[in-house]
Structures are given as structure tokens and as C-alpha cells.
Ligand binder design. Sequence first.
Ligand code: SF4
Length: 265
Amino acid sequence: MKESDIKNYTFRIILNNYCNYKCNLCFNEWQGHDARHNNISLDSLKSALEPYINEIDYLKLTGGEPLLNPNIKTITDYLTSLSLVSITTNGSLLKKWYNKLSDKILYTISIYGYDSNSFISYTNKTADDFVNFQNQLSVVKMEPERFSANVLIQPNNNWNFEKFLNFCIEKGFKKIRFITLISNNNNLVFSDNRKEVESFFETNSKYAVPNINPTVRKLSIKNVSLELVTQYSEFSSEVNSNYGFYWVNIDGSIRKAPQFDNILF
Ligand code: SF4
């Protein structure tokens, strides 16, 4: 696919660079560990998007923890007027914002643990925080079509594919994505733990859903959509052969992710 063929773009927008979690591996490019506590301003966001206003396909909001941005309501009211919007969040503030923000917004909830111990060991939070997290997830069953679960395939010994899968199903998620990062030298990160997921996908290949993106494998089992997704750690963008991908930094500057058409997974 040529650059000139791309008509619509996904924008990944960094709303802020701080977080109330301190995960062992922050897959928001360590933004969650930044000590500077910056927020993108609505003005710089508008200026950044202005040149592309007719080419936006999808806006993915992230951080840090984006629901900590003090202007989250104003910003999302503006962005939902432009395009489909999803917020990737650790879920800890979901109930606070779920009824206040536009009902057009989709949420991707990062799942870091399937029980208290696994949650604590990855996020460095407490048992009470895990109780809070589970409580926040009660909204998922109310409108499951607006929520998806992102499970990062982790490096540590707490990784247990079946337990993560059962946890997400029990909480009512109908779309569950298992995410592998890929390093800049094209090696899969934590590939041993990924093998467990790959083997599940191979065993259940009769439920496979065809898709054109070579970096995503999809299954549909009993009304639950399961995906195995490969991401570039540098851009955290799904390598998508149909759409271009832009990264909007916290200062409103933009960089274009390169095309990876020559790489298949
Ligand atoms: S919750 Fe997300 S942004 Fe926060 S530290 Fe963990 S991975 Fe990073």
C-alpha cells in the first residue's frame, strides 16, 4: 500500500504524562512514570488536528492515565464531535467519569491482574486498589458493546492466560485483546508467555474470524471476540495496512508512524 492510498488516519493522542499506577512495565511508553505531570491543552490539540480534520478515522486517547486530565470533559466533548473516540484507561476512575462524559465514547480497560496478588505485583498498588478496580468494572455489564479489555502479555511469573481470560469473561467483557509488544529490532517481547495464547488460538482455529490486518488474529467464541495483537513498542500502534497512524504528543506536536507494510507476523 502506498502513502498516497491512505485517506483516513488513526490518531493516538497523549492527554497527560502521569498516572496513579506505577506498573513494572508501563506500556504507555513510560508516560505513566513521568514526574513532570503535564496535560495537553485543548488549544494545542485543536491546532494539531486542524490540518487533518477531514482525514480522521479514529481517535485513541491515552496517557499516562487519561481520566486524570483535568480537562477530560471539555477535550472529549470536542473530540467526539470529530470522530469515533476511545479512551484507554487503567479503569480506576471509570465510575467517576462514565456518566459524565459523552455516551459515544468507547473504553479500553487495561487488565493487569486476575487476582489481588497478580494485580499488586504488576501495578505496585494495594489489595484495596484491586477491590476498587473490580468495583469499577461493574459498569462493563451495563453496556458491554462500549468496553474492551486489553491484557498485556506480561513478563512475570504471574502470567496465566486462562486466569486472565476467565477474569475478563466474568467481568462481562465481550471483546478481549491480548497484546504483545514488539521491540525496535522486531523481536517479540515476552514471547514465551505469548506462546500460550498462540496455542489457544491455534487449538480454536475453527472459530477464527478473517481479517485483513496481518498483526491481529481474531476468534469469536460464544459471542466473545478474542484478539491476539502485536504492537510496536515505539509507537504502540497496531500495524494497520489500511490506515496511517499519527501520534499526537503532549505538547501538540505530531509525528507520523512509519508504514510497516513489509513486515508480516
Ligand atoms: S496504568 Fe498504564 S499508564 Fe499507568 S503506569 Fe500502568 S501501564 Fe503506565
